[in-house]
Design a protein around this ligand. Structure first.
Ligand SMILES: [Cu+2]
Length: 404
């Protein structure tokens, strides 16, 4: 039977079934303790309850796996406002590295996965379909006793045990199966003072390879989440940049970190491009084991929740304006800049400022085009500092890849 229960100490001597509150005598009233007043019928009920608890406890783990004991949705979410389908798939290998990705369709899976957007007060039901072959999951597994599956674990918003995305709660998806996860972007509770969930977060696998999903994360099962408050300024573009081990940005480094086609740059997970004047939002996430810093050339931002200075500006000097911010594993924050503001178009470096990381290739570009979507003459080509061939780094025709 699970030891996970929180009960008040029982001064009367450890009865398994405490009397309901209504039976507790009023303070100061002189009566016998409740357990002495038990009738034969009540005693029978206590015995039956004890037997029932024991029987249920024996099957507790199995029941937990099916979710019999946990609420399906967090308080405040009576029914989902929106549903979406999410697919976990195996992507082409990067060198020798297995790559997995989440996608809104199996064909569009990527790493990072699709950026999720919610508004405070909204409840979102995401059905995750595990299309990753069992053989792949088996190869990534660090312990043969560990179950095969993928999951969806989220930071920042509210979810119950059934949507935790862990093995211990049974909330993962075996190969070929599906499971619905419910996220609630709780608003601020003015009664209790509990904060809302607005902010910059991320989601990831917590099951592939081992109990912390380390192999799933390393293979690409992660993505960004932003929760806004009604009325927040809206960006023109949002990019998720994930800083990880081995000098990687979105699991790539050096020339491979930027996949923009210079002739026809298409915005995507690894092609950061914007027009001058556009409000560009970055969801910055740290994974792996290293500390990093997020730095962007030519641009600075307000270090508050939205990254944007509110109109009115009466308290403008109470918030910092920065262009570099530390990032630890599991951290996430938002950065919002106005592309090319007063500095114009160009290839603006975005990199980790720990020097041995940037020298190792932890660097990409924000390509700022003019208002018409063109790069002005003289900026047609851009080059990256070549990544040194350090141990574990291979440099091929496609540039430097991350190798775990
Ligand atoms: Cu770094």
């Amino acid at each position: 039977m699970s030891g996970w229960r929180l009960v008040e100490d029982d001064p009367a001597g450890g009865n398994a079934a405490s009397p309901p509150a209504a039976d507790v005598p009023a303070a100061g009233a002189h009566t016998d303790p409740p357990h002495r007043r038990r009738t034969g019928g009540r005693r029978l009920m206590v015995v039956m309850a004890t037997v029932l608890l024991t029987l249920v406890g024996a099957g507790g783990f199995a029941a937990a796996r099916t979710g019999a004991f946990f609420a399906e949705r967090p308080d405040g979410c009576t029914k989902p406002d929106r549903t979406l389908q999410l697919y976990a798939v195996e992507l082409p290998k990067d060198g020798t590295q297995t790559r997995l990705g989440y996608g809104l369709t199996p064909q569009t899976a990527s790493y990072p996965g699709p950026t999720m957007e919610m508004t405070e007060g909204e409840c979102l039901a995401i059905t995750l379909h595990n299309l990753v072959p069992a053989a792949t999951l088996e190869r990534l597994r660090t312990n043969p006793a560990h179950p095969l599956g993928v999951s969806l674990h989220v930071h920042g918003v509210k979810y119950t045990q059934l949507s935790d995305g862990t093995v211990q709660s049974g909330s993962f998806v075996p190969p070929g199966e599906s499971r619905t996860y419910t996220w609630y972007a709780a608003p601020r509770n003015k009664k209790t003072g509990a904060p809302g969930t607005a902010g910059y977060w991320w989601y990831h696998d917590h099951v592939v390879g081992g109990p912390h999903g380390t192999q799933g994360l390393g293979a690409g099962l992660f993505g960004g989440l932003v929760v806004r408050r009604p009325g927040d300024p809206k960006p023109d573009r949002t990019y998720t940049v994930v800083f990880g081990d081995l000098q990687s940005i979105n699991l790539r480094r050096g020339a491979a970190a930027d996949t923009c086609d210079a002739q026809n740059p298409q915005p995507g997970p690894t092609c950061l491009v914007a027009r001058k004047g556009e409000r560009v939002e970055f969801i910055v996430v740290g994974i792996g084991n290293d500390m990093h810093t997020f730095h962007l050339h030519g641009h600075a931002w307000v270090d508050n929740r939205t990254g944007v200075m509110p109109n009115g500006e009466a308290f403008a000097d109470t918030v910092n304006v920065i262009d570099n911010k530390p990032l630890g594993p599991g951290d996430s924050f938002g950065v919002t800049v106005t592309a090319g503001d007063s500095v114009g178009p160009g290839h603006w470096m975005l990199h980790c400022h720990m020097q041995f990381h940037s020298d190792g290739g932890m660097s990409t570009m924000l390509h700022v085009l003019d208002e018409n979507g063109n790069m002005p003459p003289g900026h047609d080509a851009h080059t990256h500092a070549a990544a040194p061939a350090a141990a574990g780094v291979t440099t091929g025709a496609a540039g430097a890849h991350q190798h775990n």
